[in-house]
Design a protein around this ligand. Structure first.
Ligand code: NDP
Length: 333
């Protein structure tokens, strides 16, 4: 599987390059950067043979089966459409796009071209989340009454930049983290939020974009979901809880890129620690992507999953800005 990287990003250098190379003889042939020096430096540091500053050049002259898009969010749409038109399979970072219309266009273009399109939602690949989903699906906590997501973190200085001050690049905690939580809740509960209420604001970091948000989501089954995302909380831990008619799941330190955390199931028979696999999240995602390209199964999170997580995030932002309850618009998906 030969890959072109669209974006000389930190997520690529920190996680994805190693993961691509660890899976199925993955090879990275090229990288695109808007800056020739940064691209050349990135290629040298990461042992990537070719660096480009023009996407058309890269798609025409570098050998690749798939692209991984990890530029800032406002660029995903045009870059994905160009890669799809060139017949490349696409693994795109979240949020897929700045608007739902753009995300739908990307997913429909891939469908029409017959290429695989996936969204890089890593959390549903974690052994912890797979174990939680199994507990819920096998009825261990009965009917799910409520869920609570704790995803307030302290955004490290090196990741701040556009995330905290550039709305045009897709900054803000809602496109950054609420999308992941929307995907994770959908993964666990197998249903899509219907409507949301929310409050958002800046608590010391966001400049023109929100750095903190709390929201409540109504699910079709009646399950209530409470979600908290922030960039400014230095001393909290992350977690997710599900409370049902027969038991509760308490998972701590699981809203993370690393295969870590602790899961406890509390039910009438007591408190039980739940074991789970500690495989690499991104390698699992890439393994499923490669299989989908070979015609075997589907990616971990496909394009429609990316549309839906974006739809929830946009509804949360709309609800926070308007102060009203907002129905989530999935554009018919
Ligand atoms: P970065 O800020 O590291 O990179 C984004 C872009 O910024 C790059 O494409 C690059 O442009 C430019 N850039 C990188 N370094 C510099 C620099 N030193 N000076 C100026 N510009 C620079 O972003 P992230 O890696 O944090 O995020 C990229 C995407 O990945 C986003 O869509 C984000 O939401 C997503 N993401 C997903 C995660 C996941 O686990 N699924 C985790 C983290 C991010 P160019 O390519 O033109 O050189």
């Amino acid at each position: 599987m030969r890959w072109g990287l669209i974006g000389a990003s930190r997520i690529a250098s920190s996680f994805m390059i190693d993961a691509i190379r660890a899976v199925s003889d993955g090879e990275i042939t090229s990288v695109l950067s808007s800056d020739a020096d940064r691209g050349a430096h990135f290629a040298g540091e990461n042992e990537i043979p070719q660096a480009f500053t023009d996407l058309s050049d890269m798609l025409e002259s570098a050998e690749m089966d798939a692209v991984y898009i990890s530029t800032t969010n406002e660029k995903h749409h045009a870059q994905a459409l160009a890669a799809i038109a060139a017949g490349k399979h696409v693994l795109c970072e979240k949020p897929l796009a700045m608007s739902l219309t753009d995300a739908v266009e990307m997913v429909e273009a891939a469908k029409a071209k017959g290429v695989v399109f996936a969204t890089n939602h890593h959390l549903r690949n974690a052994g912890s989340h797979i174990a939680i989903r199994d507990l819920i699906a096998t009825g261990r906590i009965g009917d799910v009454l409520s869920a609570r997501v704790f995803h307030a973190v302290h955004l490290p200085e090196h990741l701040q930049g556009w995330r905290i001050n550039d709305a045009a690049a897709g900054g803000g905690v809602i496109p950054d983290i609420t999308v992941h939580d929307a995907d994770t809740i959908r993964f666990h509960l197998d249903e899509d939020p219907v409507s949301v209420v929310a409050k958002a604001g800046s608590s010391g970091m966001g400049e023109g974009v929100e750095d903190s948000v709390m929201s409540v989501w109504s699910m079709p089954s009646g399950t209530m979901v409470q979600s908290h995302e922030s960039f400014t909380h230095g001393f909290t831990g992350t977690g997710i809880e599900f409370h049902g008619t027969k038991g509760s799941i308490f998972a701590s330190n699981v809203m993370t890129q690393m295969p870590v955390g602790v899961i406890r199931l509390q039910d009438a028979s007591g408190s039980h620690e739940i074991s789970f696999s500690t495989h690499n999240l991104y390698e699992r995602s890439l393994g499923l992507f490669n299989k989908a390209v070979a015609g075997d199964g589907r990616p971990s999170a496909d394009g429609v999953d990316g549309i839906k997580s974006l739809a929830v995030a946009l509804a949360v932002r709309d609800a926070a800005l308007s102060g009203r309850e907002v129905q989530v618009n999935y554009e018919g998906y």
